[in-house]
Design a protein around this ligand. Structure first.
Ligand SMILES: Nc1ncnc2c1ncn2[C@@H]1O[C@H](COP(=O)(O)OP(=O)(O)OP(=O)(O)O)[C@@H](O)[C@H]1O
Ligand SMILES: [Mg+2]
Length: 235
């Protein structure tokens, strides 16, 4: 479904990605793990068209999408749940959700999708008139994911969903993400420093360090690797 080929990304004079290649197949949950500054966010943002690569290609169902603008990429079925959640604190929960219904088809079907999203996240329904900035961290993360669903994507890119959350809430968020794939067939590409959580739910994962993919495998394969165990899992 999604193919990244030899992505080279620069921020001014700093090179952030050095030939990143990876694939996400339809229906998979694919993880991207790596330390601070490794290039996880850059990889997701380049996929969405937020960052433009200087080299390499992004292919979605065989079609080249690098160079496209984010709103065009969204129309093709991709949506990002950004690092830091990107919610608008002074808008209500429902107003934030409606912002996710960003293209024509999603906007036309917004009432139906809103009902679906509220059924999935009853807490958001209870709080739909509340200002989003007054939600707890976990609720804000759920809101960010729920807003992503409002775009009716076939694939969601989720960036660092465990950021700043207590372990129990992180588990809940990850359970929700897994159910999006299991019950609603949404393909998931998820980046997180929290290797434990990612490896618990993904089918395959890539390890990125200093802008390069250094390893790839199933959770079982990666968990068996001595270095992964020491550096990422603390075992
Ligand atoms: N807008 C920017 N301008 C300049 N440098 C940037 C910019 N965004 C990212 N970088 C640099 O690119 C590199 C990769 O950053 P990126 O945010 O992709 O890492 P990350 O793996 O998502 O890290 P984290 O786990 O902290 O979120 C870092 O060295 C970072 O400082
Ligand atoms: Mg990041």
């Amino acid at each position: 479904m999604l193919v990244l080929e030899g992505l080279e990304v620069w921020y001014g004079k700093i090179k952030a990605l050095w030939g990143v290649s990876l694939q996400v197949r339809k229906g998979e949950i694919v993880g991207l793990i790596g330390p601070n500054g490794a290039g996880k966010t850059t990889t997701l943002n380049t996929t969405m068209g937020i960052v433009k690569p200087r080299g390499g290609r992004v292919l979605l169902n065989g079609e080249r999408i690098d160079g496209r603008e984010p709103h065009e990429v969204i129309k093709k079925g991709l949506f990002i749940v950004p690092e830091g959640r990107g919610i608008f604190p002074y808008l209500t929960v429902e107003e934030n959700l409606l912002l996710g219904a960003i293209h024509g088809e999603a906007w036309r079907r917004r009432h139906e999708t809103l009902e679906f999203v509220y059924a999935l996240f009853p807490r958001l329904k209870e709080r739909r008139k509340q200002l989003a900035g007054t939600l707890s961290g976990g609720e804000q993360q759920m809101l960010s994911i729920a807003r992503g669903l409002m775009a009716r994507p076939s694939m969601m890119l989720i960036d660092e969903p465990s950021l700043g959350l207590a372990p129990k809430i992180v588990l809940e968020v990850y359970k929700t993400i897994r159910s999006l794939r299991d019950n609603y067939k949404i393909t998931i590409f998820i980046a997180d420093q929290n290797a434990h959580r990612v490896l618990d739910i993904c089918d395959r994962a890539y390890v990125i360090e200093n802008g390069r993919v250094v390893m790839e495998g199933t959770p079982e394969e990666l968990k068996r690797d001595k270095r992964i165990r020491e550096v990422y899992l603390g075992l």
